[in-house]
Design a protein around this ligand. Structure first.
Ligand SMILES: NC(=O)c1ccc[n+]([C@@H]2O[C@H](COP(=O)([O-])OP(=O)(O)OC[C@H]3O[C@@H](n4cnc5c(N)ncnc54)[C@H](OP(=O)(O)O)[C@@H]3O)[C@@H](O)[C@H]2O)c1
Length: 340
């Protein structure tokens, strides 16, 4: 190892409302040194995820908050550069939660060796990673679309939404998506194969769904919350299902906003509204990979990535998620991809 220092992204201040670049700092640290049973890993790609916003508030939730002055963390793929653990060797590619830093030393048990197989390395953070698993689990276990049903997916061109919609299509449903631009709507229809899509910035979701699904919808895969959830409730048919995956439209609210005004429809239409956190279901990951990895290998699923370059770009990449500046999975590349 010739480099003697590493860099990491730290939380400088707890954001109020939409985070700004001033809430983060890039700090230089001495190169970490692996102890017995540990390996030194160089991050290649790191994942940028909406849930990280919640960890910045300092409120304990299903995952511990980030601390001011401490590095952030998140999903990453990296390469072992030095190993003091018998199960890992230099050159091994590993999946970890050690993103937001260029190098990290960690025990071997925190590093999952991966064989990228026919999929590009970055796909292990997207369609074959946590977001893909989230889409698969939510749609398969909660949405459970049946042939001929109508499914509505919000944030449809994103990492989770793009796979959730494609799976529902494969399972025989008619699939509609909402996105933030007309270009994304065209992508969702033409590349991802959705049956219909609309831009919620130009047509309110309730109006758009009235036109696209005059007979109603059976499943709503919610990534957005707020007005989208209210519109979906309005259009759901009796015994419909809501997959409560995320509510990104609310993540930067300084104070809790009132919920949908029509929540009583859950009762009158006998709807199922089920939230989930994918890490509770990690034991099902093998099942997900057994189904989705062959489809990826055969080119039967489509996905996109938006890749920012260098650790300095990481805070800005996170902000871009809330402005819809990503198409597909948002990633930061910290080092050249050795598989390319
Ligand atoms: N439950 C779980 O375990 C779990 C796991 C992973 C992710 N999630 C949730 O799944 C959702 C999608 O995550 P992802 O990683 O796939 O992100 P993503 O969809 O790739 O990126 C976020 C997208 O959200 C949309 N968006 C941002 N602000 C919005 C707003 N105010 N109103 C409507 N749309 C908005 C933007 O797309 P547009 O340009 O289309 O607006 C943006 O591209 C998030 O809510 C996330 O928290 C949940």
């Amino acid at each position: 190892m010739s480099a003697t220092t590493s860099r990491e992204v730290r939380l400088r201040a707890r954001p109020r409302g939409l985070p700004t670049l001033d809430d983060f700092e890039i700090a230089e640290t001495p190169m970490p040194e692996p102890r017995e049973g540990e390996a030194l890993v160089r991050t290649i790609y790191m994942s940028v995820d909406p849930y990280m916003r919640g960890r910045m508030t300092g409120v304990r939730s299903y995952v511990a908050p980030f601390e001011v002055g401490e590095p952030l963390s998140g999903g990453a793929v990296g390469q072992v550069v030095e190993s003091r653990a018998p199960e890992l060797a230099p050159g091994d590619l590993v999946l970890s939660q050690l993103g937001w830093r260029e190098f990290a030393a960690a025990p071997a048990r925190a590093l999952e060796r991966i064989d990228p197989g026919p999929a590009p390395l970055a796909a292990h953070l997207g369609i074959l990673g946590m977001p893909g698993f989230t889409a698969w689990y939510g749609m398969r276990e909660i949405g459970r679309p049946r042939s001929g049903e109508t499914v509505f997916v919000s944030a449809a061109s994103g990492a989770v939404g793009s796979l959730a919609g494609q799976l529902a299509t494969r399972w025989g449903a008619r699939v509609l998506g909402s996105v933030g631009t007309e270009d994304k709507a065209a992508h969702v229809r033409d590349e991802l194969g959705f049956d219909g899509a609309f831009c919620y910035r130009t047509t309110p979701p309730r109006e758009a769904l009235a036109a696209l699904a005059p007979d109603g919808i059976d499943v709503y895969f919610d990534n957005v919350g707020g007005e989208h959830l209210e519109a979906a409730l309005h259009h759901l048919r009796d015994f419909g299902r809501i997959v409560a995956c995320g509510m990104i439209s609310r993540y930067n609210d300084a104070a809790p906003a009132p919920g949908p005004s029509n929540l009583f429809l859950v009762v009158t239409r006998r709807l199922l509204l089920q939230g989930f956190i994918i890490t509770d279901h990690w034991g099902r990951r093998g099942e997900f990979l057994a189904e989705v990895a062959p489809l990826v290998a055969r080119g039967e699923l489509r996905w996109r990535e938006t890749v920012a370059e260098g650790i300095e770009a990481a805070p800005g990449a996170l902000l871009k998620l809330f402005a819809g500046k990503n198409l597909g999975k948002m990633l930061v590349r910290l080092a050249p991809d050795p598989t390319r």
